[in-house]
Design a protein around this ligand. Structure first.
Ligand code: FEO
Length: 392
């Protein structure tokens, strides 16, 4: 249901309570999400972004309740990914000649997905569109998180439509960030950053600083997922600058998989050693075969050090560890330390292989890791505890 958010702007998006997987199976969205679309009604009427393809009919039907579609003068697509452009084909069946403003890369992405030669108008940073009392300014934001991404700024009402930037995968009966539990909000916001934007931190930093240098008056930041930032809206901008700067908390995350609990016992003994040496460090133990991978990546992002453990199996390591190592590599994290551990029965290559993988992923390797042959006995458990103490 549409909701007015300012004098001229109405939220016309879709809240998706049942979304639990996003990007295929890549991202787990336990809190659901929303596809925020905004209708600006000035002398000209503008639609910013649409909703994900499965909701296209519902989206267009709801939009018709707000406006006669023929009266939409311009469509702005800030980013062509299907969760924002997916309702375009349904909409364009009704208003096929309406100009679509997007970046040059946006045109490629939309044409590539829908194979339609709609009336595209390419825009660049600084281009403007006067719509009556207000003027819209386009700001390209490549790789936040696709090459085509841009933001749109509306003056007079001082709204930054930031698309994926500053979003959260979070369905809510509320529309504004200040109306929900702040711990949950920020847990979702950092999860979103860690899993979608961490890789592009350099670009995030550059773009955020560029926007701050523009000295825009910002009363609201309207992302395309989750809650709208209304109260102290630049709080999330400041958080992004912090997260983009090789972010770490005083946390060590121990991620492992285990066949017969021997590697788990090692993980727990190492954690005990860390805790005995440094009570201030937060320790998280996560079994990659049981814990959610999106949560694991979030904890890795927050950590100053990670320890990765697996038993040796078929001269390698377990597949859940292989999967998570591949995802961690993709984050291109900097300024984090790591070491490996694991049990084995005979060949015992896993620790060396994990260490090599962590090195390739940009971690500073603290030591050659620790191995246990068969089940850790009292002596070996003590050795793991010492290993943990020495990490501090
Ligand atoms: Fe929310 Fe990159 O799409």
């Amino acid at each position: 249901m549409a909701k007015k958010i300012s004098d001229k702007v109405t939220w016309v998006g879709k809240t998706d309570w049942e979304l639990k997987k996003f990007h295929g199976d890549e991202f787990t969205t336990v809190s659901g999400s929303s596809y925020n679309s905004y209708l600006i009604q000035d002398e000209k009427n503008v639609l910013i972004d649409t909703a994900w393809l499965p909701y296209d009919k519902e989206f267009v039907a709801n939009l018709k309740q707000e406006i006669n579609l023929q009266k939409i003068d311009y469509i702005i697509i800030n980013h062509g990914e299907v969760d924002h452009s997916g309702s375009l084909p349904e909409l364009m069946r009704e208003i096929p000649d309406t100009p679509i403003y997007c970046t040059a890369n946006g045109i490629k992405s939309i044409k590539g997905q829908y194979h339609k030669d709609w009336n595209f108008i390419p825009v660049k940073t600084g281009d403007t569109l006067n719509i009556g009392e207000s003027t819209l300014t386009f700001i390209e934001a490549p790789m936040l998180h696709w090459p085509d991404t841009m933001f749109t700024y509306m003056d007079k009402e001082n709204i930054l439509f930031s698309n994926d930037g500053f979003g959260q995968h979070m369905a809510s009966e509320h529309l504004y960030a200040d109306e929900v539990d702040q711990d949950i909000l920020y847990a979702e916001a950092i999860k979103y950053y860690a899993n979608i934007l961490a890789l592009f931190s350099m670009m995030v930093k550059k773009k955020v600083n560029e926007i701050l240098a523009m000295n825009l008056n910002i009363d609201m930041i309207c992302p395309s997922h989750g809650l709208i930032w209304r109260k102290d809206p630049t709080q999330i901008v400041e958080k992004y600058l912090e997260w983009a700067e090789n972010y770490q908390e005083n946390q060590i995350t121990i991620i492992y998989d285990t066949m017969w609990n021997d590697t788990r016992k090692m993980a727990e003994a190492i954690a005990k050693g860390i805790n005995e040496k440094d009570k201030n460090v937060t320790i998280k133990l996560m079994n990659t075969a049981k814990d959610d991978k999106t949560d694991v990546l979030t904890e890795v992002f927050k950590s100053k050090m990670i320890l990765v453990g697996s038993p040796t199996v078929n001269n390698g390591y377990l597949y859940s560890i292989a999967g998570i190592l591949e995802m961690i590599k993709g984050m291109k994290l900097k300024n984090k330390k790591a070491a490996a551990f694991g049990s084995y029965g005979w060949s015992g290559e896993a620790v060396k292989l994990i260490t090599e993988e962590l090195k390739q992923s940009g971690f500073e390797i603290i030591n050659e890791g620790i191995r246990t042959m068969w089940t850790p006995d009292k002596e070996k458990t003590k050795e793991c505890i010492e290993f943990g103490k020495n990490l501090c």
